[in-house]
Write a protein that binds this ligand. Structure first.
Ligand SMILES: [Fe+2]
Length: 506
């Protein structure tokens, strides 16, 4: 494997008639090429297996060995080698067949030497265009990927795009990314493209990064390795490009190239450097985002605590609701993004109670009509508080709809069924469950059976039946620790009604 500097094109001429080789070599002498010639096709094939070349000019029929075998040997070493075949026995069938096998041109003997020179020039110009095109496409890919940074914070997807661009632009069979913690050097992320590639052991091998640790090597490392192709092990090339952020090693991109002597051109090296930098930027952005997010979560917690501190009935309610809602959301296979939003939504769902006076919030007796109206206004007050703050906006569905009822008799909008955002339908179940289960100053928390029958009795009335079923399934699975949440063990037999009880209820 070599990184190819801008150098003379390397040509190989193969013809079992030695004088033809000599004539062609002679005719190309005035051009700026490095030319090797072989009258023995077998030796030419052995040479091509060890030496990547830019252009091969070969006779089609040479005793036992055909020019097509020479072509295949050249392409196995380097896919974009230009191969021009020569034949004294042209047929349309032969022409079609060799072009299909990847030959660039077919020259008919006898030919004028200027025809050979022109074909070689044309072939090399075509090759240069295609290599330059790789560079341009790489830059387009980079711009696409860079755009991804600006449009969202899905860093994982962005890194996957970078990896896929690397694979495409460097014509690799597969690509892998390993990210490490620069302090502990522990691996914190592994990505691959395509997923589950048969060579993932190589692409995601931690040892490939240890080669860079403590060495400050900025250039990609290029080595040969044994890769799998179907059932066979073949010699391939591994390119490892280190990701540095402010001079610290944060990871690397591994690319598996299909042949033993794959070459990278300066343009491709530029593309790899650009995409490796792009991966570094994504990693930095993600860390910044995580820092901002955790500061933001701290701020929300402070707000939620401010509400709880005023409402003596709801101490610890928010934390418990988050834990219960997380279990239901996981059971329903909500996405990572939905889960993150849910935490914020649950924290802020009662933020509007800031606008409810203490005399109402903490009144032990029943509220009168006016007081009830003020209390019922807290979802709207909550939305007014958060709607101007971009980071809080995802909480709005939780705030606005957690007191809606499935049968349409809730507040503030009286929404019905699936008109109620799914976030509100989930929160309403766990919010009520926690209110029943938790201790209040004037009463002890209820038994599990009481809370469960409240949910079951109101299934399809106050609550979305699917949410009730999901929550009960979570409880049956033992995913909720009552000791942790309520400081007591509970009798869970109510979650597993006996067949006789079920028969009666049916
Ligand atoms: Fe509420």
């Amino acid at each position: 494997m070599t990184i190819v500097p801008a150098s003379k094109p390397r040509l190989v001429i193969v013809d079992d008639e030695r004088h033809i080789c000599e004539i062609i070599v002679e005719s190309l002498a005035g051009e700026d090429y490095d030319v090797e010639s072989f009258a023995d096709a077998e030796k030419a094939i052995a040479y091509l297996k060890d030496q990547p070349v830019d252009l091969v000019l070969t006779d089609l029929v040479m005793g036992d060995i055909s020019g097509v075998e020479v072509l295949e040997a050249a392409h196995a070493t380097q896919a974009d080698t230009v191969v021009i075949l020569m034949t004294a026995y042209p047929t349309v069938q032969t022409a079609v067949s060799v072009l299909k096998k990847g030959a660039y041109d077919l020259l008919v003997k006898p030919f004028k030497l200027e025809v050979v020179r022109a074909a070689v020039k044309r072939g090399l110009a075509h090759q240069k265009l295609s290599r330059d095109n790789v560079n341009l496409r790489g830059q387009v890919e980079f711009l696409k990927a860079a755009n991804g940074v600006n449009v969202g914070v899905d860093h994982e997807r962005y890194l996957a795009t970078v990896l896929s661009s690397c694979r495409t632009e460097l014509r690799a069979v597969a690509a892998g990314l390993i990210e490490i913690d620069p302090k502990t050097r522990r691996v914190i992320r592994r990505l691959e493209d395509p997923e589950q590639h048969e060579c993932r052991d190589i692409l995601l091998d931690e040892r490939t990064i240890t080669e860079f640790i403590g060495k400050k090597v900025l250039e990609p490392r290029i080595s040969s390795c044994q890769g799998r192709q179907g059932d066979n092990m073949v010699e391939q090339t591994l390119v490892s490009s280190p990701i540095y952020i402010r001079n610290r090693l944060h990871g690397l991109i591994n690319l598996l190239l299909p042949t033993r002597f794959a070459r990278l051109y300066p343009g491709q090296m530029d593309v790899l450097a650009i995409l490796t930098n792009a991966a570094g930027s994504a990693i930095v952005n993600q860390k910044l985002y995580q820092n901002v997010r955790s500061a933001f979560i701290q701020a929300i917690k402070a707000l939620a605590n401010a509400v709880e501190a005023r409402d003596k009935y709801t101490a610890g309610h928010t934390d418990r609701v988050i834990k219960l809602a997380e279990q239901v959301a996981m059971h329903l296979r909500w996405s990572k993004r939905q889960m993150e939003t849910m935490t914020v939504g649950c924290m802020l769902h009662d933020i509007g109670k800031i606008g409810v006076p203490d005399s109402i919030l903490n009144k032990p007796e029943q509220l009168d009509e006016r007081e009830r109206e003020i209390m019922r206004n807290h979802p709207l007050v909550g939305v007014r508080i958060v709607r101007e703050i971009e980071l809080f906006k995802p909480a709005i569905p939780y705030i606005i709809s957690h007191h809606e009822r499935y049968d349409g008799t809730g507040y503030p909008k009286g929404l019905k069924g699936t008109e109620i955002p799914i976030e509100g339908r989930l929160l309403s179940v766990v919010d009520t469950f926690d209110a029943i289960m938790s201790d209040r100053p004037y009463r002890k928390g209820a038994q599990l059976a009481t809370a469960v029958s409240e949910l079951v009795d109101n299934r399809g009335k106050q609550f979305d039946p699917e949410m009730v079923d999901a929550f009960l399934e979570v409880l049956r699975r033992g995913a909720v620790s009552f000791v942790d949440l309520y400081g007591r063990d509970v009798d869970t037999t109510c979650l597993f009604p006996s067949p006789a009880t079920e028969a009666v209820s049916v």
